[in-house]
Write a protein that binds this ligand. Sequence first.
Ligand code: ADP
Length: 584
Amino acid sequence: MRNTLLYRIAFPFVLLILLIVSALSLYYVSFIRNAYIESFSKNLETDSYIVADQTLPLLIDSTDNKIIQEDIVKTSELLNVRITIIKNDGSILADSAMNPMEMENHSNRKEVLASLTGKVGSDIRLSESLNQKMLYVSVPVIFEGQIIAVSRTSISLKSLEQKIGNLQKSIIGTAGITAILAVIIAIFVTRQTLKPLKQLTSVVSQLEKGEFSNRLLTERNDEIGKISQAFIQLVNRLKNEIEGFKLERSTLNAVLTHMTDAVLIVDSNGIVQLCNPSAEKIFSIKRDNAIGKTLVEVARNHQLVELWKECLDSRKQKSTTLEISPNKLFVQGITTPMEDVFPGGVLIVMQDLTKLRKLEKVRSDFVSNVSHELRTPLASIKALTETLQEGALEDPPAARRFLGRMEIEIDNLTQMVQELLELSKIESGRVPLRKQFINPSEIIDRVVERMQVQAIRSGLSLISEYPTGLPQVLADPERISQVFVNLIHNAIKFTRPGGKITVHAYSDRGRVVFKVEDQGIGIEPDSLQRIFERFYKIDKARSTGGTGLGLSISKHLIEIHGGKIWVESELEKGSSFFFTLPIA
Ligand code: ADP
């Protein structure tokens, strides 16, 4: 309560009002009392003079105090005052209220003392004889220049005190009511004045909870109204800015969450302050476990810690490539000092280069494979040409033989270049598929017929086996034939004369499975996965002149049809190549 503005503003006013009202009441009461006393004193003075005039002849003529006593008793009734006649020695000659004989000497009474010096004397005191508060006024009774006695009149102030008391009560009552009204009005006015401030307080406490209210607190045009309006403007600006910050923060969050690069922010003590999902993945650690831990604990990579230290010391951007366990990821780490925004902080960004590195390896492997594959036939052509130049031309049968071998090498080269072009086309999606509904049996019959001559030439039997009524597939017949030719061609190549090659087809769970089965040399388990890679040949020594691209091309062709290709094989028993096509 003491801390409220209402108390602070209203309390002094209330106090002031109470003080003024009480002071005014006291002043008026004493003013009225004095006015009464003054008027009574005047009347008593007049009365005292009347009594003095009236008593003087009696004092001179008669020595009998009784006559004076009777006289003043009558006058007292007439004037309605108490009358006392005191001799100049202080003894009481007569008194209208008491027996003068029983009264003590009055020479020491204040008013009597004054009148004995010729003045009008007055006093207010408790009458010992009447036991009442009395107002006394006395005047000297002078005969031939001598003060022979004192005429004193007095009245009881009891009724006056009662009247003053009543007056005081009514003034205090009125003052009290006025004070209460003033207090109520003061509190009301202060409250009304402070109302916008109270609303302001509630808006501020809402603000603390993050709730914005921009309703106009007051339409008043006074100072508080202006403060409220200024405050609302401030709130609006704050709201816009906070919304802007929120947007910025969520954008930043979205960027950090979805970016493929790993981001860590580390403070000057090496404590991780921020860790994005990619960093979680790279370091195989949960964000909540990473934040608050040291970089050493989180990264478990001394190269990265060194990079951070270098950046912290030099205050310059540093970068290096490093391998992160346990996933053996190859990353590019970049550390940047965050001086302006976060003194001592370092931003660590890590780009995962693993895929890029693999691609790079594939590319360089490819180049070295191609060059290797080209070098062999080229070297052979070169050797044959040299032999011809060195004299073999003079020997026409030998020359013809050499030219024949050169032709074979050139054919090999041509085939390889063609297959490479084909593969590159398929890989880059530049092969348009002319898909149509085809009967698996038709395509098998056609290919088996086409490859029959080759099979027979190699002393092999080539047959097909499939149930009737196979479901149709949606495929490019040319491309599927190409796959079949590749597989059957391989089967012929790797099967010794007398062997059998069978082409099967059956329907299975929404797809048609095709199988080219041979009784050839088989494939060792280690190579089963790899034979679909470009240029992969199992044993270069047993190479039959193939390019190692056929299966790679077949795999791509089947995959762009939405199917799968795989092989099962047993060494020296034979191999079975499977591929599937979805049922149309
Ligand atoms: P290539 O033109 O050399 O035949 P492929 O990609 O068609 O190239 O085959 C890759 C390698 O897979 C072959 O060099 C061969 O070693 C092996 N291979 C393919 N088919 C068979 C098979 N039916 N039996 C045994 N080995 C095979």
